[in-house]
Design a protein around this ligand. Sequence first.
Ligand code: NAD
Length: 438
Amino acid sequence: FGHIFRRSRGLYITAEDRGRIANILKNWPTRDVAVIVVTDGERILGLGDLGAHGMGIPIGKLSLYTACAGIDPARCLPIMLDLGTENETLLRDELYTGLVRHRLRGQAYDELVEEFVTGVEHLFPGVLIQFEDFATDNAFGLLAKYRDRTCVFNDDIQGTAAVTLAGLHSAGRITGRPLAEQRILLFGAGEAGCGIAGLVTSAMRALGLTEAVARGRCWLFDSKGLVVKARESLKPRKRAFAGEHPPIADLLEAVAALRPTALIGASGQPKTFTEPVLRAMAALNQRPIIFALSNPTSQSECTAEEAYAWTEGRAIFASGSPFSPVEVAGSTVVPGQANNAYIFPGVGLGVVASGARYVSDELFTVAANALAQMTEDRYLHAGTIFPPLTRIREVSHGIATAVAAKAFDSGLAVGKRPDDLSAHVRSMMYEPAYPVYT
Ligand code: NAD
């Protein structure tokens, strides 16, 4: 992205702009902004710290808002917080377009982000802010700080959680075992893993389980092994899910001990769902749920072929990156892709259409339910637990309508609820077509 840079898009705010961020935001040619996607480029998917070159991500995500959910591109604002980089290659690269310095940290970082959010609240009141590709501690910290104050969410945490929850609902229709009866082992306890654990347990609570029982159904496993209470110095976000169990360092042993119905990989570690692990899942479950979410394909915990081969074709498989169809016992199975693009554009459209002031977890639970409901039986029969991406605009419209309804019902949205919410949402969808004059 940096080396093919031709023209600037979006807004860049740098570590040197303290005290005048609102003035920079005023440079944007319109105040009619619906969605901002902002990153500091520290942890770009599969690529790491790209500094200012991470701007490709807000631009790309906003393109998906337009393509998938019809958010008017003129109302989309990509923002890069260029606060330095630890990427030595970029720091030495004379074509690097960003600030040549190590990253701003600590209080100075927090103050700059605070000035940014305050400026946005003032100049673009009601705008939806999506935090994207921040390093794990900043991602959780910023979400916790701002989620009850302004209209923000983090797609890496909450969007991932919702698409996974939708997958679990749909898989439950195949296994005949609804979400409340599933036992889930999350391999990887970062933004994705902790986000999934949080949303899945809140969905389980909504189904009538107590907090303690719901948490007991969701286990985390990270680079140090099973996340258990006995572990010292656990981050609060992991401690919340630490179970009462002796330490286990090996995934196969954890599978044998916990007997999960679903094994979900969000570790970034390829080939970790080994043949013994998948065979153990298949021995425990008639239809083992195996989600290998790590991206890109080369990082996937297992391939689609491995998931089917090592479970005698019985796995209900979904991945983060796309896999080609696989022949299983004479029929063709199309592996589902747990793509966040199923969720965040629709949630964004629902928030914009309702004027919701905050983005609650409930909106993501509703989005997950809506996505699962739109996954028709014919797709489940073909082994795919998500609808085809070719139907994404219809899916986003359905999610947005459900999210907007929830926003009105739960008091998140101010103003009068339109009589025909579905038509209202559709009327807000930008169509890339010129009017035909006759
Ligand atoms: P993260 O860096 O926040 O978390 C990674 C986690 O994996 C950490 O808890 C770490 O301890 C754990 N881990 C590392 N090595 C391990 C090992 N050997 N064994 C067990 N655990 C190990 O990253 P993240 O944002 O949570 O993303 C994780 C992966 O999930 C990435 O590959 C990303 O591409 C993928 N992801 C997929 C989707 C999707 O499919 N929709 C969405 C978001 C993220």
